[in-house]
Design a protein around this ligand. Structure first.
Ligand SMILES: [Zn+2]
Length: 386
């Protein structure tokens, strides 16, 4: 009763101010929201603006974030996944028309940006909500890489050198603390942080550059941006000691390497040519070769239709199938100065054919890729008849 009385008084003051400055507030278009974790909503006396009774809302969108009366991200995530899905459907139409790099750039700016708006704030969402976001992100990865829909996520993300959205949220949080600590954010952010351990202790301790953790009473508070980011920062290993206050690019590269075991190297970047998506599918372990389709239970018979071998897998297609002997001779001749066919094992030959090699020059890697394109052409295995 008291709260509503005070609120009505404040609303009256706002109305008086508005009248004085010739501003009209439309009471019928305004509403109010009560935020509470209580399951039962007690009676709340009505609020008035401009003599119009305000309606109670369960959620509201402010600065692009949908906030609801239980402080759950459910309506926000449902809204952004819907928006991102619509945009993704447009991108899918151009899947075969534009190269991977352009698809990825478009995906990042048009779709991923929607899924990641305010991402450090929504990181405390439920597992089901996080999965909803990842589902769209995976769909985007399938479009950009033109992979088969059943491709394993780890192979898909490795192929694209992408991080999951959860991993990206974690990185954004820690980079926020990096920026605050290195004074590249507005001062009010630094002011809202607890002091460094060194500033409060007279002893030179091993963790003297750690930030004091914020005491949290609830799990919800612990998962919120600042407390969770501080704990990520403090838990960075000793290999980060220098990088924490070094150049940002080095810090970011170390994060990806240490956290996700990913390098900045782009071996798969030669996605040029008509068959580049077939080669990418081979790298991801699922292209339209019968043996691979059977492995994923998409078809039951995985045998080679050309030579009746038991399984038409990548090794069979590229290295063994007699039906492609002529095309293979040309392929091996073209790459003989780069791959020692006689002395290398089959897995090594396959790896170099599909992934190239980090010790080769770009020109040499492109030579291998071009030879592989010619082989795929000559074999006619991926033409419409198969
Ligand atoms: Zn065969």
């Amino acid at each position: 009763m008291n709260a509503s009385h005070k609120l009505n008084q404040d609303l009256k003051k706002i109305q008086e101010w508005a009248t004085k400055w010739l501003i009209t507030y439309n009471g019928s278009k305004s509403n109010y929201m009560r935020i509470s974790h209580k399951k039962v909503n007690n009676y709340f006396p009505p609020l008035y603006l401009n003599n119009v009774m305000l309606m109670e809302a369960t959620d509201t969108t402010y600065l692009g974030l949908t906030i609801n009366n239980k402080l759950s991200w459910k309506p926000h995530i449902s809204r952004i996944t819907k928006k991102a899905s619509t945009r993704l459907r447009v991108l899918e139409k151009y899947k075969y028309a534009i190269p991977r790099e352009s698809l990825t750039k478009t995906y990042n700016s048009m779709v991923r940006s929607v899924l990641e708006y305010g991402n450090i704030l929504i990181d405390d969402c439920t597992l089901a909500e996080a999965a909803q976001l990842e589902h769209i992100h995976r769909k985007g990865a399938l479009i950009c890489s033109r992979a088969n829909k059943r491709t394993e996520s780890t192979l898909l993300f490795k192929e694209l050198n992408w991080d999951t959205l959860k991993e990206r949220r974690k990185s954004t949080k820690i980079i926020l603390i990096y920026k605050i600590e290195n004074n590249t954010t507005p001062k009010y952010l630094k002011d809202s942080m607890p002091q460094n351990v060194a500033n409060r202790s007279n002893y030179h301790t091993r963790n003297h550059r750690n930030i004091n953790t914020i005491r949290t009473r609830t799990e919800r508070m612990k998962k919120s941006v600042i407390p969770s980011s501080i704990s990520l920062w403090n838990n960075l290993g000793s290999e980060f000691t220098e990088a924490k206050y070094g150049p940002i690019n080095k810090f970011k590269a170390l994060l990806r390497k240490q956290w996700y075991n990913r390098s900045q190297e782009k071996l798969h970047n030669y996605n040029v040519g008509l068959h580049s998506h077939i080669i990418a599918q081979m790298r991801m372990g699922l292209c339209s070769l019968k043996g691979q389709l059977a492995k994923y239970n998409i078809i039951s018979d995985g045998s080679c239709q050309l030579c009746k071998a038991r399984s038409e897998d990548i090794t069979h297609y590229l290295l063994n199938c007699p039906a492609h002997a002529n095309a293979r001779t040309v392929l091996m001749q073209s790459v003989s100065h780069l791959i020692d066919i006689r002395r290398s094992s089959k897995p090594v030959i396959l790896s170099k054919l599909l992934h190239g090699c980090s010790s080769y020059t770009s020109f040499e890697n492109i030579t291998i890729l071009t030879a592989l394109h010619t082989f795929i052409d000559e074999s006619r295995r991926f033409t419409a008849t198969h």
